[in-house]
Design a protein around this ligand. Structure first.
Ligand code: SAM
Length: 295
């Protein structure tokens, strides 16, 4: 197999196809074979697995995925990369490249959840692996979780700062809506930190590979997941404000101010409590109590 992970080969492929990087698509291609191997190892892919790759680029990681998995679907937005991928993936018959925007594609239909005629994995959990375009990291992750497609794990390269935010708990400066959302759906573990020199062109920031092992069922019981996330978002929208003010200023939480304050106090917090001190369990309790006061 001609691994594309090494810099010389990557440059040769780019030159052969006269490829020009598009900044707007967050194109930073991996050129370090050790990091590629680490990603594949961390994702624990076997020949039974169906893997969704987001943004294959020139197919560097896709090759590794094709070798390891049963089937790979790679979603790439940049039409200019299609002839490159045709060339670099020509040895593999277990890969499908879709020229789509991952934020618009119906993930459930890819995974065979809906009767779309593309029964890729018959509703069995899939693995997602990606070196993500950093400009849309959060919407991609939330889109995957909220699709409710059965997911085993999501192993991704993200900006280091974003990986840090995903795994911290209450009371730290990085703690916020992303930490809570990720931890509601999965267990996050940083695999390694990756310096800019491992990419072409080099990004301005350090990166991390993080594995999100998806929970079979969320760690907290909740009757209305959408409402929980609205409460969480409202609580962090205005970080310097109290929890009560954040919730009261959010049009998505139709609860009277006096009911918000009463609920906070009934749960045993002072009226001046801030959202960043509450754990996921505490947000779940708050959300259930507020739901009963919706007017
Ligand atoms: N996987 C390759 C690698 O590791 O070298 C490329 C990673 S690069 C950071 C991100 C890739 O995502 C690019 O190929 C880019 O064109 C693609 N991309 C950007 N936005 C996208 C979107 N909305 N949907 C699908 N792919 C997208």
């Amino acid at each position: 197999m001609a691994y594309l992970g090494n810099p010389a080969y990557t440059m040769a492929v780019l030159e052969k196809h006269g490829f020009h990087f598009q900044k707007k698509y967050g194109q930073n291609f991996l050129i370090d074979t050790h990091i590629l191997e680490k990603i594949i190892d961390a994702a624990e892919i076997t020949k039974d697995d169906f893997v969704l790759e987001i943004g294959p680029g020139i197919g560097t990681m896709t090759q590794y995925l094709c070798e390891a998995a049963r089937e790979v679907v790679a979603v790439e937005i940049d039409t200019n990369l299609l002839p490159v991928l045709d060339d670099t993936l020509k040895e593999y018959d277990n890969v499908t490249v879709l020229n789509e925007d991952i934020l618009k594609v119906d993930i459930a239909s890819l995974a065979g959840e809906k009767n779309s005629g593309k029964e890729y994995n018959n509703g069995r959990p899939i693995k997602v692996v990606a070196n993500l375009p950093y400009y849309i990291t959060t919407p991609i992750i939330m889109g995957l979780f909220e699709s409710h497609v059965p997911l085993a794990s999501i192993t991704i390269m993200v900006q280091k700062e974003v990986a840090d935010r995903m795994q911290v708990g209450p009371g730290t400066k990085d703690y916020g809506a992303l930490s809570l959302a990720v931890q509601y759906f999965a267990k996050p573990e940083v695999v390694c930190v990756v310096p800019p020199t491992c990419f072409v062109p080099q990004p301005k920031v350090a990166s991390s590979v993080i594995r999100l092992t998806c929970h079979e069922k969320p760690p907290v019981e909740i009757t209305d997941e959408g409402f929980l996330f609205r409460v969480i978002r409202a609580s962090f929208n205005q970080r310097r404000k109290t929890l009560a003010n954040g919730l009261n200023n959010a049009p998505t939480i139709p609860v009277a101010k006096e009911d918000i304050i009463a609920t906070i106090e009934e749960l045993g917090y002072p009226a001046s409590v801030r959202g960043e001190t509450l754990s996921l369990e505490e947000f779940a309790r708050l959300s259930e109590a507020l739901k009963k006061k919706v007017h």
